[in-house]
Each structure stands twice: as structure tokens, then as C-alpha cells.
Design a protein. Sequence first.
Length: 162
Amino acid sequence: MPEVASTAGGDSPQLSTVDFSPFLLNQGCVVGDEPTAAQLHTASQINAACMTDGFLYLTDFGVTDADVDEAFAQVKRLFVLSDDVKDGALKPYAPSTITGFSKFASEVANSKRPSDLKEAFNTRSREVHANDYNGTPDGFDATAERFWNTLQTASRRIFLAM
């Protein structure tokens, strides 16, 4: 049975916590061999959590606090640029590629509601599309690509575990 994590609020429902680290190692089913005992244990914990609650809290899945801090720092550097700089330097959002810069309140997720109060810089996997990072702060592209690759590896291994 997965470990149960407490949540804020005392009487609130609790989520199962599953340590995903066995799937970060390049062994077992990750490399095409039979799953290791640790991978089978982790997979059974994920299954149990999904069967009982439908949700779980996954830990140690390859994204570190430092990764997140670096990504947020780079995004902050991008979004604090003046509107004039962003409008002139960044490739505008293109619906055909689903990439580029979207100005504040320029997107509407629900056509029956007002514009979304956000701006965005949309990228895609380099396996599918070459992203245009022209006009972004120094280091933004490297951080974005590294973060994307880390998340992509994690998501593929999570699907493998499931």
C-alpha cells in the first residue's frame, strides 16, 4: 500500500505518496528488460492509489527544486521585459505551430468568458518543432530545453510505470 501523505486542513482527504525513484535508474523496464522488484513495487503503489483515490502524490520523479527554481527565474526574467521589448523581439504566438509569445489577455480558453489574465511563451518538443527563442533573455533557451527534456523523460517513465 502507498504511503499516505497528510494534507492541510486536518480532516481533508489524504493523498497516497509514491516514491518514483526506481524508474529514474536506467535499468529494468526503462531499458527494455524485465521490471526490477523496486519498479514492480512502485507500479503496484501507483495502481493502488489510482484504484482507491484516483489521485496520488508522486515524489522523486526527476524534477528537482533547483530545476523548478531555475525555470521560474528564467520565466520571470522574460515576463518582466517591457511590453515594447516583448512585442518587438519575441516571435508572436502562431496557432499553426502552437508556439511563440502570447500577450497578456490575448488568449481565451472559454469563449463564453473574458480573456485569460495571463501571458505565455509557448514551446514544443524539439523532436517535433524548432522553437524560436530570439529575444528571450540569455540562458532562457537552454533552461527551457533542459526543463522540457527533464519533464518529458519523467512523463514517459510515468506512462511506462502505469
